[in-house]
Design a protein around this ligand. Structure first.
Ligand SMILES: CCCCCCCCCCCCCCCC(=O)SCCNC(=O)CCNC(=O)[C@H](O)C(C)(C)COP(=O)(O)OP(=O)(O)OC[C@H]1O[C@@H](n2cnc3c(N)ncnc32)[C@H](O)[C@@H]1OP(=O)(O)O
Length: 187
């Protein structure tokens, strides 16, 4: 099947939009686990999403250096957020390939620029570069991923119903807040 240019969803968030946490307990972006990556993302121009995270002592592999697996996690999150938010299509990572080009010390911030590369049926291709300590800093890590579009039953069949309910409740609350209907915000 031919690879087609990605078609950004008409209701995708516009450039400049700060993307919130998609699930409080997500290791990549959630805020419930102190040791998580706490990655933050923003929509850029031309099918890009910019993400940042700061490496802490909780992310070490060798002393003082980020663990490669946790760096891969950051790219999975940044690329998944790019796919989910720009295409507005549930999808899961099928394949993730990383090139580690420079060590990433504890205390440094990785600026990840991720982009959609194309789609072929259910297959979605995306890639990203992680710049060290500045958006135009040297590239420390690059990644390419294949996401596969799935139905919501992927999550209801294989996931945790209680966690899915928690997520649905949080999304409903966020919607109420956006629409000014939440009593805690507008008593
Ligand atoms: C809605 C609004 C959203 C709003 C905003 C949301 C924001 C949201 C932010 C999320 C941010 C979190 C980002 C973390 C994302 C994860 O970490 S997801 C967790 C890790 N991934 C998984 O657990 C996936 C586990 N794997 C599976 O469930 C299944 O293998 C898959 C991937 C669904 C595929 O199975 P399947 O549905 O049976 O499909 P299958 O026919 O095998 O494959 C479909 C096509 O993909 C190809 N393919 C599949 N796997 C591979 C592979 N590894 N290599 C090469 N090709 C492959 C197949 O060859 C096939 O190709 P074609 O024949 O069509 O040419």
């Amino acid at each position: 099947m031919d690879v087609e240019p990605p078609a950004v969803h008409p209701k995708a968030p516009t450039p400049g939009t700060e993307l919130g946490i998609h699930f409080d307990e997500c290791f990549g972006c959630g805020d419930e686990f102190e040791a998580g990556l706490h990655l933050r993302s923003r929509i850029g121009e031309a099918q890009t999403v910019y993400s940042e995270f700061t490496v802490t002592a909780a992310h070490q592999g060798a002393p003082g250096l980020a663990h490669g697996g946790l760096l891969a996690c950051a790219f999975d999150e940044a690329l998944g957020s790019t796919v989910g938010n720009l295409l507005r299509r549930p999808a899961v990572t099928g394949k993730l390939e990383t090139d580690f080009r420079r060590p990433v010390p504890v205390g440094s911030t990785l600026y990840i620029e991720a982009r959609l590369d194309g789609t072929a049926g259910r297959k979605i291709y995306a890639s990203a570069d992680g710049h060290l300590d500045a958006p135009d800093g040297p590239i420390a890590v690059s990644a390419r991923a294949l996401f596969v579009a799935v139905g919501f039953e992927h999550f209801t069949t294989h996931g945790d119903p209680a966690a899915l309910k928690k997520l649905a409740d949080a999304q409903e609350k966020a919607k109420r807040v956006r629409e000014g209907r939440d009593w805690e915000i507008n008593p």
